[in-house]
Design a protein around this ligand. Structure first.
Ligand code: M6R
Length: 605
């Protein structure tokens, strides 16, 4: 989604805003805009909008032309209106006195345009612009600066009360020595500094400047000045705690890798170790959950949905607790019967709108809810009764990688935790868990070159299938998602036994099939499926265990992963498929960290 940043302090705003925008460009990158208010009494707005990247903007903008210590910035993921300069933020009222940057969707913007704002001149196709016009309409003239601050805050409030939809906004007005911010169903944080403050859509935007973070809550409206932060909700002042965020700026940098995605794949072993460490103790597995779930419902989107599907296999296998997995966007509008289930929302960012809606629905039905997320203080954690944190560290690449692996680790832990097995058996299982980082590392160290070679081959095709069975079916789905997302090769994940029920019609020598061939109880069946695929002329790349020489007889190419029990095989298989997607996209010259049309967290339904 869009990224927003605001700065008010004593330093020049422009370099801070550009630096912050670059750090959150993963939220959307089809256009961008900045505004710096000069330090004259009139507070003239200096504005620049562009279809270029923030890096280009940094090179092109002369700091001397945009001087001032208050400013806002925006990096856009288009919802209403094509990527074009006129649609880039900030947006203004008719007189250009009020400016707004926004993340979210104003659902009733058309009705407002045609109704109370029908006499306004709109310059963009966006929904956002109504916020500037409506705020201006609600302003009452006043001469004192103090009176102005109050008027602006009240005008923003009055405007927001007429909006339907979701928003995180920063509003600035000519001559005002602060910024007004508000949120509803879209994340917004305040970074607390020394005689300066920041407002942003997410933490990495401000990490270079401060790790003191205030998370705004639903319905909060804040007036942020260089030495004060005032927050109110429902017309009363509220106090929000400041948290110290453990992430560092190094986490937000590429550390010598060409892309964040590659860096984050190489951090997969560490993500496993950190996640395990957080929950293993002398006493066993300590998830901080009072849980006696007899049925679990998981809701999630995208990669997190595939992790949840894998979690279903793990938990059902280890704990024999039935798990149902639903796509959050479907669940929200279904007649699904929620009874005494424990509902788990799986969301790396903790901000995915569909998943948050699902959590709220579960709460309305009185279910116990748990958020499984990577982001401390994210919205999901504030809605759910409990939170379990994956400890993947900051993930910047749009393609989720190490967060997926860390989600899998949580499901192993949950499975063992719910299994309530005798101590000695649990200890054996925990020793197995402790081998997982090694499995991931072996793939990175020993198979990287071969995967790069296979990627060179795969990159020549326009279509591909990924197949797997059992616990590796979700891994096949994840492999296909990752490939299509960053290399733009059309890829579909299927249960190995399902291709013959329709997709076989698409198999030709130009349709490679990536088959996960873990030697589990379904191995022979998968071999049978691979033979059928080969008989139709499609080339097959197997993901097979070291030492499985038989596989060479059936397939054209092999990627090797270390030997492991079937239930742990998703770890090594995932690392292999993440690398395969990365190197294929690299071979095709794709924008790996900023795949077209996507954004890291999707905060609209
Ligand atoms: O933050 P979440 O885990 O809720 O995000 C859900 C999906 O948008 C996300 O997993 C998406 O599919 C991945 N970025 C794809 O790699």
């Amino acid at each position: 989604m869009c990224g927003i940043i605001g700065y008010v302090g004593e330093r020049e705003a422009l370099p801070i805003i550009l630096d912050s925008l670059q750090r959150i460009e993963y939220r959307g990158y089809d256009s961008c805009g900045i505004l710096v208010q000069d330090n004259s009494a009139d507070g003239k707005f200096q504005v620049h909008k562009s279809l270029k990247s923030i890096a280009q903007l940094k090179n092109n903008l002369a700091e001397s032309e945009y001087t001032g210590t208050i400013g806002v910035g925006h990096t856009r993921w288009a919802t209403h209106g094509v990527p074009a300069r006129r649609n880039a933020h900030p947006h203004f009222d008719c007189e250009g006195e009020i400016a707004v940057v926004h993340n979210g969707i104003i659902e009733n913007f058309q009705a407002l345009k045609e109704g109370p704002l029908s006499n306004c001149r709109f310059k963009s196709d966006t929904d956002t612009e109504v916020i500037a016009h409506l705020t201006k309409k609600k302003m009452i003239k006043t001469d004192s600066l103090e009176g102005f601050e109050l008027q602006l805050k009240e005008a923003v409030k009055a405007c927001l009360s007429e909006l339907m939809g979701s928003y995180a906004i920063i509003v600035t007005a000519k001559g005002f020595d602060g910024l007004v911010a508000a949120r509803q169903d879209s994340p917004l944080i305040i970074g607390v500094g020394d005689r300066e403050n920041f407002i942003a859509s997410d933490v990495p935007a401000v990490l270079e400047q401060t790790n003191r973070i205030i998370y705004l809550e639903e319905g909060d409206i804040a007036v942020v000045k260089k030495d004060s932060i005032y927050i109110e909700n429902n017309d009363s002042e509220v106090k929000r705690n400041e948290r110290l965020i453990p992430w560092t700026t190094e986490d937000a940098e590429k550390g010598g890798y060409e892309h964040f995605m590659l860096k984050e794949i190489h951090e997969e072993p560490k993500a496993i170790i950190d996640t395990l460490r957080g929950y293993l103790s002398e006493e066993g597995i300590c998830l901080g959950l009072e849980c006696d779930a007899r049925r679990i419902l998981m809701v999630a989107c995208g990669t997190s949905y595939y992790a949840a599907l894998c979690g279903k296999y793990m938990i059902e296998h280890l704990a024999k607790v039935p798990v149902q997995v639903e796509l959050a966007s479907e669940f929200n509008y279904s007649d699904f019967v929620l009874d005494d289930m424990m509902v788990m929302a799986i969301t790396q960012s903790g901000e995915t709108a569909d998943t948050l809606m699902a959590l709220k629905k579960a709460k309305r039905f009185g279910c116990k809810t748990v958020a499984i997320t990577n982001v401390v203080g994210s919205t999901a954690t504030r809605i759910a009764d409990d939170a379990i944190y994956i400890r993947a560290g900051l993930e910047i690449g749009v393609a989720a990688t190490k967060s997926f692996i860390a989600q899998l680790v949580i499901f192993y832990l949950l499975g063992l935790f719910l299994a309530k097995m005798p101590k000695h058996r649990l200890e054996e299982r925990i020793s197995d868990l402790e081998l997982m980082p090694l499995l991931a590392q072996v793939v990175l160290d020993e198979e990287g070159e071969n995967i790069q070679k296979q990627a060179g081959y795969l990159s020549n095709y326009a279509n591909a299938f990924f197949v797997g069975r059992g616990v590796n079916l979700p891994i096949a789905l994840e492999g296909a998602l990752k490939l299509k997302e960053i290399s733009y090769i059309h890829a579909e994940g299927y249960a190995a036994g399902e291709l013959k029920h329709g997709p076989f019609a698409l198999l030709t020598e130009d349709t490679p099939v990536i088959a996960i061939m873990t030697p589990d109880s379904t191995y022979d069946k998968t071999v049978g499926n691979v033979k059928e695929i080969k008989a139709r002329g499609a080339p097959v790349i197997a993901i097979a265990e070291q030492g499985d020489e038989e596989v060479e007889k059936y397939v054209d190419r092999v990627i090797r992963v270390p030997k492991t029990g079937a239930i742990f095989s998703p770890i090594a298989n995932t690392v292999a498929l993440h690398l395969l997607a990365y190197w294929t996209a690299k071979e095709r010259g794709c924008e790996i960290d900023k795949p077209r049309n996507l954004a890291k967290s999707v905060t609209v339904e």
